[in-house]
Design a protein around this ligand. Structure first.
Ligand code: SF4
Length: 222
C-alpha cells in the first residue's frame, strides 16, 4: 500500500487513543457471546486446555479433553501413567511429545510447590514448563484478574489492521495494547477481537462492508 494512502487512512480514522473505546464498545455489542471457546470445569482443566491449545484449534482441544479429563482429574494422575500413555491420550492435539513432557513437568511442580493447585501469582505460572506468557495471560484472565493481554494470531492481525500497533512480535504488540486498552477491558478485549477475526475480519478475505468498526479502521476497504 502506498505511504500516502496509509497516512490518509490514518488521518481519516483519527488517533488510536480516541478510537479504542468505541472499538471495544461496538465489538462488545456485536459479539455479546464472545468468550473463551475451551471447555473446562476447574483451574487445573483450564491450565491443561490452554497448554494443549498451542498450534491447534480450540475445537480440537475440546474433542481431546472431553475424554482426557475423565481419566486425569488430579495432578497425580498425569504422573501415574507412563509418558507414552499420556502422549497417546493427547496425540490429536499435535506436538504431543513436547506437550506430554510439559504437562508432566508442570504437574510435578504443582504437587511439590503448590499443594497440587494452580499457582495464583503470574510469575509462578510462568515458571511452569510449557507455560509462556500467552498461557499465563489466558489463565489469569479467566480467573478475572488479567495481568496482561492475550495476543494470538487474530489479536495480532486485527491490532495491526486497526492501526493499534506497528509491531509484529506478540510481546511488543501486547506492550502496545497494554498502554492503549483500559485495564478493565484487558480480559474481554482479546475475546472480542478473536471473535471479530473469526466472524468478520478474516485473514484472507475481511468483510469490511459488514464490519461495525469500518469507519474506525485505517485498513477498511469500504
Ligand atoms: S474494516 Fe475490514 S480490515 Fe478493518 S477490522 Fe473491519 S473487517 Fe477488518
Amino acid at each position: 500500500m502506498p505511504r500516502s494512502y496509509v497516512a490518509e487512512a490514518r488521518r481519516r480514522v483519527g488517533p488510536k487513543r480516541a478510537r479504542i473505546r468505541p472499538i471495544i464498545e461496538r465489538l462488545a455489542a456485536e459479539h455479546a457471546d464472545a468468550a473463551i471457546a475451551l471447555r473446562f470445569r476447574n483451574e487445573l482443566e483450564l491450565l491443561v486446555s490452554v497448554m494443549l491449545s498451542a498450534q491447534t484449534t480450540d475445537v480440537n482441544v475440546n474433542r481431546v479433553t472431553e475424554r482426557l479429563f475423565e481419566k486425569y482429574a488430579r495432578p497425580e494422575d498425569y504422573l501415574a501413567v507412563p509418558q507414552e500413555e499420556l502422549e497417546r491420550d493427547i496425540f490429536q492435539t499435535g506436538f504431543f511429545r513436547q506437550k506430554a513432557r510439559s504437562l508432566r513437568g508442570t504437574m510435578r511442580i504443582l504437587l511439590e510447590e503448590f499443594d497440587g493447585k494452580v499457582p495464583e501469582r503470574f510469575e509462578d505460572l510462568l515458571r511452569l514448563p510449557g507455560v509462556a506468557r500467552k498461557t499465563a495471560n489466558v489463565v489469569s484472565a479467566e480467573r478475572g484478574s488479567p495481568e496482561g493481554i492475550v495476543v494470538d494470531t487474530h489479536v495480532r492481525r486485527l491490532s495491526q489492521r486497526l492501526g493499534l500497533t506497528k509491531e509484529d512480535d506478540p510481546v511488543k504488540i501486547e506492550r502496545d495494547l497494554i498502554r492503549l486498552v483500559p485495564r478493565a477491558d484487558w480480559g474481554r478485549f482479546p475475546h472480542l477481537v478473536i471473535w471479530h477475526g473469526r466472524r468478520v475480519c478474516d485473514a484472507r478475505a475481511p468483510r469490511c462492508e459488514d464490519c461495525v468498526i469500518n469507519d474506525l479502521c485505517p485498513s477498511s476497504r469500504v
